[in-house]
Design a binder for this molecule. Sequence first.
Ligand code: ARG
Length: 392
Amino acid sequence: MTEARAHRLAGGAPVAPVAPAPAARPALPSPGRRGADPAAAEEFIRLFHAEHPGAGRPGRRLAEVRASIAEHGTYRHTLAELAFGARVAWRNSKKCIGRLYWKSLSVRDCRHVTTPLGMYLHCVSHLRLTFNGGRIRPMVTVFPPAGPDGAGPRIHNEQLVRYAGYRRPDATVIGDPSSVALTDAAGAAGWHGGRGTAFDPLPLLIETPEAGLRVFDLPPEVVRNVPIEHPTLPWFGELGLRWYAVPAVADMTLEIGGIHYTAAPFNGWYMGTEIGARNLADVDRYDMLPEIAGRMRLDTSGDHTLWKDRALVELNVAVLWSYRRAGVAITDHHTESSRFLLHIRREERQGRRVPADWSWIVPPMSAATTAVFHRYYDETDLRPNYLREHER
Ligand code: ARG
């Protein structure tokens, strides 16, 4: 154990705002782009004007954007374009069942924030603002885009809040097994580790082309956690389960009109199954079903007794009940299925298609009890969108 870790376990101050990386990597892996794609830019500007009749015809703006790309390899979105682009990127997200409220996304323009410390501070304020006393506000914070060379700032964390996964010598993991690589990377970059519980928030790993990689602990008060208990099974709380309030995806690139915002963390609120049927249930995540089934005294002698299914339902009841009790926004998969079909009807009335990926839209439990199961979807890829590195 390191000294700092021992100090921490002994109750020492947990927050180290800045730990410099041992040796900063050169620049970010650059896809070797030559600036913004003029065709993508043009398509977006036309879309913006088509959906904003008040903004007039696109001619002047198109000429301006073309000239800027010719001269500088890129162009700058107006605030209205940025907000619209970020919202439409959500509207176009094929994996998301929660798109009914796409117009209500709050867009924070942080294109002026260029240092890792500045980005960290704005991620912290993002978490504060989005929580909103539990009535979570869908929100995106947009940092500077990649330049014409393709290099841009990055948040390495999958989400702003995520629990560490500590690999033990016997190859088992304390915490979230999906976080082992990032937990190791944080350690290599100077992080001293958390308290060693199964639910230690990870620090943020933020990298810019100029400053390299930096590591920052989140102030504990912005990491809102919900202890998981069950409305009728008193022992459930003894499992010591919890999950965080805000699912803020941080490692995707927001692409708008050929501009790549490589750091643009965004969030809505949770659907219960993400936590109860995946994060806490998957065999390669927290794998809680065997223990829950044991406490329920189910017959686990064979798959045919459906002990996993019965444990799964109680875990999901517990998640939804606990978030509601804590006053933290959450939704269930039946409600969200109806809302999504309403969203499709509304969009189609506007003459728009709603691209969707069946395998992501259909919830991971009780699939056929939800209406989204019983149909197929348009699978087109549209822009703007939120993309993973390999999709760019
Ligand atoms: N599925 C991810 C998780 O369980 C979160 C993805 C975004 N989810 C959302 N409801 N906005 O952490």
